[in-house]
Design a protein around this ligand. Structure first.
Ligand code: XMP
Length: 316
């Protein structure tokens, strides 16, 4: 395999973005994760000699974790002295996703709302270019028909210009581990390097069946518990999933119908394959107790021990 040289790669992409986008105005779609922040660094380097700086924009989709936008806002202030632009568009995402329960339709609906909103954002900031952090596994899975990732357009037969977007995806040919090499090369904070991937469609990937505010609140609360209890460098991703089924439970000596949550932790290098991470039994017990006690309406917690393949990492 050809040796990967992060510095050379950064220079190549910086120059490419500079010639593609000079004077066009750039928005970087930011999620708070490592891929989009690496893209922001590339955009900063590409505009180093220009008066026009890239605009970091984060969409509050209503499907994000506790304080996710706030943390990203603080990161941009501290790291770059730049104000993150936040668009509170949860209503449009939740309205579009209302009544949809199949995985592919969820991802396609999310994609449609996301790119329409980004097109609108470009017009409102008088910019033309959208930089986004799609990585190789997203493209490969979409091309192989395993899963249409919301952030893959051309390979899914969609022209970004339909949304008024000139798209630039600097790390599209990179794996996660190579993206991390770029992050180290940019001297990004070690804390950021340790963050787990979080799907672009957020909790829409972790709720089976219909997405409602009530169900998002449940998975958000359970996610905070899982993330606070599980910290092991070997874990690629760990998270809970909320099932569609209602099952029997007991409350105050009476039968009730409640929800099921699965907890899951995987080890993976490139997200194309994954194996279950062996969570210590005591930990599973503690997480289960906390979810049952702290998240209203959950009556059952199960542990997903499925590798990828045949499972995918997310449930949707
Ligand atoms: P799967 O579930 O396909 O996930 O095994 C592989 C990796 O991709 C993330 N993921 C997504 N990322 N858009 C994204 O940007 C998506 O639609 C999407 N679905 C899954 C997932 O968290 C894992 O890291």
């Amino acid at each position: 395999m050809e040796r990967f040289e992060p510095r050379k790669f950064i220079t190549k992409k910086t120059q490419a973005l500079h010639s593609f986008a000079s004077e066009k105005g750039i928005i970087v779609a930011v999620s708070g994760g490592i891929d989009s922040i690496v893209c922001f660094e590339i955009a900063l380097a590409a505009t180093a000699k220009s008066n026009e700086k890239p605009i970091p924009l984060m969409l509050e989709t209503g499907l994000l974790r506790v304080n996710e936008v706030k943390k990203t806002e603080e990161y941009f202030r501290k790291q770059y002295g730049i104000e993150l632009q936040k668009w509170e568009v949860q209503d449009r995402f939740l309205l579009a996703l209302k009544g949809i329960s199949t995985p592919e339709e969820k991802r396609k609906t999310f994609r449609e709302v996301f790119y329409k909103t980004m097109g609108q954002a470009l017009r409102s900031y008088s910019a033309e270019v959208l930089v986004q952090g799609t990585i190789l596994p997203d493209v490969i899975e979409t091309q192989r028909g395993i899963k249409i990732h919301f952030n893959v357009l051309q390979e899914a037969g969609i022209d970004p210009q339909n949304y008024g977007i000139l798209l630039f995806e600097p790390i599209k040919e990179l794996t996660k581990s190579r993206t991390k090499m770029l992050a180290r090369s940019f001297s990004l904070p070690p804390k950021l390097l340790k963050t787990q991937p979080f799907p672009g469609i957020g909790f829409a990937a972790r709720i089976t069946g219909e997405i409602t505010i009530d169900r998002i609140e449940k998975i958000r609360a359970a996610t905070s518990i899982v993330e606070s209890e599980l910290a092991d460098p070997k874990i690629f991703q760990c998270f809970p999933v909320l099932f569609i089924d209602k099952v029997t439970g007991i409350q105050n000596d009476t039968a009730i119908l409640g929800d099921i949550i699965a907890i899951k932790a995987v080890e993976s290098k490139d997200s194309l394959t994954a194996k279950p991470f062996n969570i210590p039994w005591m930990k599973i017990e503690k997480i289960t107790k906390r979810i049952l006690n702290e998240v209203p309406g959950i009556v059952r917690v199960v542990y997903d021990f499925t590798p990828k393949p045949p499972g995918t990492i997310e449930f949707v």
